[in-house]
Write a new protein. Structure first.
Length: 128
């Protein structure tokens, strides 16, 4: 944008940058809601009841416990234990079992060594 053979805008690039920053500020002010300190359920409720511009003044009328049908604003111990027992569908471990991990590492290093041999490179390899 500033080169002689490109756009040759010289110092006018500032106006492009400033215009984009102003557009981003206006977008954020009018269209990005304030969700600080709210649960996901409360954010859903807030989005139904207010606009993003007035979201900072919105206060939740119900707690999550009240929404779940708890009496007195506290969750029932059996309900909590049931949820903890069932877990989440996403609760699988991020690291695979040690056996699979060892197999993947040996497969990876074997392929790495083969590709380096083909390229004429040599590295010291150890058996896992």
């Amino acid at each position: 944008m500033v080169g002689e053979d490109r756009g040759n805008l010289k110092s006018s690039v500032f106006f492009v940058w400033g215009g984009l920053c102003t557009a981003a500020f206006v977008y954020a002010y009018f269209l990005v809601p304030e969700t600080k300190g709210l649960s996901l359920e409360q954010v859903d409720q807030m989005m139904e009841q207010t606009t993003p511009r007035t979201s900072s003044k919105w206060k939740p009328t119900q707690t999550f416990a009240a929404t779940m049908g708890a009496e007195g604003g506290h969750l029932d111990k059996e309900l909590v234990q049931d949820v903890e027992r069932k877990g989440s569908v996403y609760s699988t471990p991020l690291v695979p079992s040690p056996i699979l991990e060892r197999r993947f590492c040996s497969w990876f290093f074997k392929r790495f060594a083969e590709s380096n041999r083909e390229a004429g490179l040599s590295f010291a390899t150890t058996q896992i």
